[in-house]
Design a protein around this ligand. Sequence first.
Ligand code: NDP
Length: 494
Amino acid sequence: MSISLLPAVQAFLQRDHGQFIDGQARVAGSGRHLDVIDPASGEVISRVGEASQADIDAAVASSRQGFAQWSKAAPAVRGGVLLKLADLLERNREELAQIETLQSGKLIQIARNFEVDQAAHFLRYYAGWATKIGGETITPSLPSFNGEKYTAFTLREPIGVVVGIVPWNFSTMIAIWKLASALVTGCSVIIKPSEFTPLTILRIAELAVEAGLPAGALNVVTGAGGVGKALIEHPHTDKVSFTGSVPTGLAVGQTAMAANLTRATLELGGKNAAGFLPDVDVDKAVAGIIEAGFLHSGQICAAAERFYVHRSQIEAITQRLCERLAQLKIGSPLDESAEFGPVTNKQHQAKLGQLFAKARAENCTILHGGQLIDGPGCYVEPTVILANSAKDSLMTEETFGPVATFLPYDTEEELVELMNDSPYGLSASLWTNDLGKAMRLIPQIQAGTLWVNMHTLLDPAVPFGGIKASGVGREFGGAFIEDYTELKSVMIRY
Ligand code: NDP
């Protein structure tokens, strides 16, 4: 049974949404609106105005002002505001989770536990960095000419106005990663949410004001088809942080470089691999595959899509997996007992339908699922496919959906070759009880993040980002600081 919506959520959905500029919600100037659609029912649940060029200019001007003020705030003040925002996320947990579920189709439990609770953890982690960002003291290396002396030090200075382009799969948490990285380093930030999921960040922007963030430090600009590009090309923005698809990421990177060598952090998807060594227990492997490939219907950039299992076990593992998937309760994301919900939009559902057709045309064996579920919602069956070769479309093209494609291997050398046979390298996982073997394989696997006996769980203390065509730059840990600051060297003669 579905939970009841909070009165605050119903009231929020009915509001006339637009942009959030200079500390307040504004109706959009373009006169155009985006319909926000509930992917579970296909119904329009809210409307959000699309930004006009004047709105974009106003947001950038506000962000420049915001930067001038916020970059001068004491580190402890910056950290304190983020800590207060984390508290406010938790205080408004149910409201935010319900809005997130309605706009994205994400199971309410995932919205509560990951989108909101994890976002608060990430905020607190980032807040801790506010007081720990610094440079180093250096003794210059060359001998002096006339007995004069030299000393040098470095400063980490905020880059300026950051544009954060946020995808629809985790529109609360990823927005928080981007705004926290920017704000804690002293940058101001403009969040451009996906046109499918613009609502939660508009509410979070209000909470940020309540937390004490000055006007202009965080602006939100909504729209579709050109707003992101206009923000990056704007002469007064300094950096873009983009999470999304590989082709769009390439376009974003090119737009940024051409604009003014605008800095770019690109966190893109790919075709992540999971390799199972012959010693794995079948039930543990199956639980791992569900964690790696089916969480949030596979709509996670770090999710695994290529599964390599030793030939001796592939039949047992895929059979048990199909049995487990057949038991999953597919239902409304507002039903707390549902285990599997819709994908986030009709375009994505249609793309998955095309990939299933390709798999059939290439004579792959569909072991489970492989169909879209009829109805107004965006439901897709959880799917298990056995490929014929590493070149099959389902082994090379990102599905970003609840689809696990398998290929058997015979030797460890072959496993490494198959796992690395991709232009992408965001994440990968190895599954084995033999720690020595895992340690010998770790340096051979090409991925920005490599998990052993786990997949998908991101931790704010552990840097995250892609190699090869899966991106540029790192989020989390201390690694994000390099991406959001410029390094200034100071040298003194005395
Ligand atoms: P995209 O990856 O295409 O990103 C769309 C966003 O990028 C929009 O906010 C858009 O803004 C902005 N954008 C597009 N072009 C530019 C540009 N040249 N400069 C600046 N910003 C730009 O996401 P989609 O929603 O279209 O999803 C497409 C596919 O991507 C999905 O089917 C899925 O497979 C994959 N995906 C991957 C994700 C990941 O985390 N790896 C996340 C989400 C989707 P505007 O509308 O204003 O142009």
